[in-house]
Design a protein around this ligand. Sequence first.
Ligand SMILES: [Zn+2]
Ligand SMILES: [Zn+2]
Ligand SMILES: [Zn+2]
Ligand SMILES: [Zn+2]
Length: 308
Amino acid sequence: MSPDSSICNETIDSCLAYADYDMATLNMELRGSLFRKPATGLGGNLGTASNNDVHDLLECPVCVNLMYPPIYQCPNGHTLCSTCKARVHNSCPTCRNELGNIRCLALEKVAESLDLPCRYQWLGCNDIFPYYSKLKHEKNCKYRPYNCPYAGGECSVTGDISHLVAHLKEDHKVDMHDGCTFNHRYVKSNPHEVENATWMLTVFNCFGRQFCLHFEAFNIGMAPVYMAFLRFMGDEEEARRFSYTLEVGGRGRKLTWQGIPRSIRDSHRKVRDSQDGLIIQRNLALFFSGGDRQELKLKVAGRIWREQ
Ligand SMILES: [Zn+2]
Ligand SMILES: [Zn+2]
Ligand SMILES: [Zn+2]
Ligand SMILES: [Zn+2]
């Protein structure tokens, strides 16, 4: 890294080249934090006031995400991320001036020299990254919150596992069961409406962890099927330490499936589309149900165990 003094000079020069010096509060702030830098050093000393100021400067004022190059600014020095720039029809969201194509090279350089804590620090991650590696890490940070395992994209709640378990219970009224073996009945009165079939979720507490049993109807190509699969409420690495079986049958026939639960990091949709579970053709499901094929009555039995 270059000495702090040279970063200051370089940065301020290129900012002034574009910005309206008197008007641009942003640049004043930038100068303020840079001038404080020599005391602490850019890039080191996380959590100091000046680093937080710089961090604030790198937040896009429109979408509040951290900005990554190309970072743009209007002739008055208002900065903007490239995603927002594409959306604002060439008009600065802060001062309404024509935006043009002015890069804020100064800020881009400042960004390069920064080390920042992972955004999930508050959830327990203590890792620190150069600005440009941070995004990559955060996509896979093991402390990142989980998405609610209920109905794919329809619920936007995120959090740690205990938060999500409480949320499933309270907000989705999901059935919770204790134990590593189960015998679950699915009854549906209009099994021919595959498209609109609601899917079901049951949560099992076992080995002190939680597993989601999904059951749903959909079409593979033109063929209507039911599918049951298990997801693990935790990370992939831990999910692989477990196995499970599912069984469904009737009238002396039986289908069994043995698998490894998928982490809820994988979306419900992704697991479903990968067909990583027990798949029952609708005709067979109706055969198992008995009766006159007007009602679906399936008993799914299963067991979860830990691999050594
Ligand atoms: Zn933005
Ligand atoms: Zn502006
Ligand atoms: Zn992290
Ligand atoms: Zn939810």
